[in-house]
Write a protein that binds this ligand. Structure first.
Ligand code: UDP
Ligand code: GLC
Length: 385
């Protein structure tokens, strides 16, 4: 059934990262809504395919390639463009009942636009507002705007909620809605998949995140250098201006003589299938992960997870019952955990079953959509009452 609310979804990027994959689920059945994107990209077509009206800023192209840890000083020459985008968002808000910002940059501009055209404003905060991820000024600006203008701040985990409040965010704004994932395709045997995908037969691990320093692919490469028999697929590409990091990773693999067992597969659209082909999924983020869809994807795929113990990961993995936790940024500990998981696959069957049950029960897509739908409906009711 089509939802009645006219929501203006705002995102700064045209790329499809984890936050945008969530957005694509949230907009399902919302043909009366529109999406305002700062720039064009693969996300534009994906949203148009969902029958949303698409508005693309005239001024935002390329802004998503601005690293999010860049200081606002670097952004100063862009002030004119940002002001123009604020005006565009304000204008688009007029014909909508609710504004829903799906990224940090989208929220900052939407919150300022909200001073010009007042609408209930939802911030779906997919980030951890902690010192590891944002400078002090950025944290202060974001939280001040949230406290002043947001009607609700949806976060995907307790860790993201805690960081928002530790930065001064108002507790009453926060609504924790864990991300929800669809079930993966029907199982095929691991060896069958390896053959079909042209992957080698021996011990194989994989990492399935966009390439970015904080996602920690370099730590995994360091760990692999000490595990002579283990192959690895590195799936994902630099989406938000991290091309130098991607080049560095490839260079390290060559220099360390790992090219025959570490393969870069680039950005792929078949991650849930690829995941089923590996013996373990490694999640090596060195900074706290706000949620980490790939953790749940691996749990649903029945693949052992080895993840760093920071952000939402320990929660999702239930303190280590649903996967192996290792300290962040510690190649030695990671290598040890990989070796141990690969050495005793049968011993993990209980953990895998528990993980899959947990993922289905706690992190299903319907549960997420119901919770977000309720937030939107309540605000709509309040706005039109
Ligand atoms: N992903 C993908 N293709 C790739 C690499 C990743 O489709 O080549 C997907 C991955 O399956 C996951 C999402 O991108 O669903 C990334 O979300 P996550 O929450 O793990 O991290 P983010 O990149 O949003 O920080
Ligand atoms: C962000 C976070 C990731 C989260 C995703 C969806 O990109 O980095 O941890 O899973 O958004 O909420």
């Amino acid at each position: 059934m089509m939802s009645a609310e006219r929501v203006l979804f705002v995102d700064h990027t045209g790329q499809i990262g984890g936050a945008e994959l969530i957005l694509l689920d949230v907009v399902e059945g919302r043909e009366r809504s529109s999406a305002f994107l700062f720039e064009q990209g693969p996300l534009s077509k994906a949203l148009a395919d969902k029958q949303l009206k698409l508005i693309t800023s005239k001024w935002g192209q390329g802004l998503s390639q601005f690293r999010r840890d860049s200081s606002w000083l670097t952004a100063l020459p862009l002030a004119g463009r940002l002001a123009a985008i604020i005006v565009e968002i304000a204008r688009a808000s007029r014909t909508h009942d609710i504004v829903y910002a799906n990224s940090q940059k989208a929220f900052v501009l939407a919150a300022i636009a909200n001073m010009l055209v007042r609408r209930p404003l939802i911030w779906h905060l997919h980030d951890i507002i902690s010192p590891e991820h944002f400078g002090a000024v950025q944290r202060r600006v974001q939280v001040a705007l949230a406290n002043a203008r947001a009607t609700k701040v949806i976060v995907p985990s307790q860790a993201a909620a805690a960081a928002f409040m530790a930065a001064g965010g108002r507790r009453d704004l926060v609504e924790i809605v864990p991300n929800g994932l669809a079930l993966p395709p029907e199982p095929r045997s691991r060896s069958e998949l390896r053959q079909a995908l042209g992957l080698p037969a021996g011990p194989l691990v994989g990492v399935f995140s966009r390439l970015a320093p904080w996602k920690g692919q370099h730590v995994l490469i360091e760990a692999l250098a000490t595990l002579p028999n283990v192959g690895c697929i590195i799936v994902g590409d630099a989406l938000f201006g991290e091309q130098a990091y991607a080049a560095e990773l490839k260079q390290t693999v060559l220099e360390r003589g790992l090219a025959d067992r570490v393969r870069f597969l680039g950005h792929r659209r078949d991650v849930p299938t690829l995941m089923k082909a590996v013996d373990a999924m490694v999640h090596p983020s060195i900074d706290p992960e706000p949620f980490g869809r790939t953790l749940v994807e691996a749990m649903l795929a029945g693949v052992p997870v080895i993840a760093t113990d920071a952000g939402a990961a320990p929660d999702i993995l239930d303190g280590g019952r649903a996967g192996t936790l290792v300290p962040p940024n510690d190649p030695q500990a990671l290598a040890k955990a990989i070796a141990s998981v690969l050495a005793q696959p049968d011993a993990l069957s209980g953990q895998l079953e528990y993980a899959s049950g947990r993922a289905r029960a706690q992190y299903g897509v319907t549960r997420m959509l119901d919770a977000i739908g309720l937030v939107i409906r309540k605000l709509q009711a309040g706005a039109t009452a």
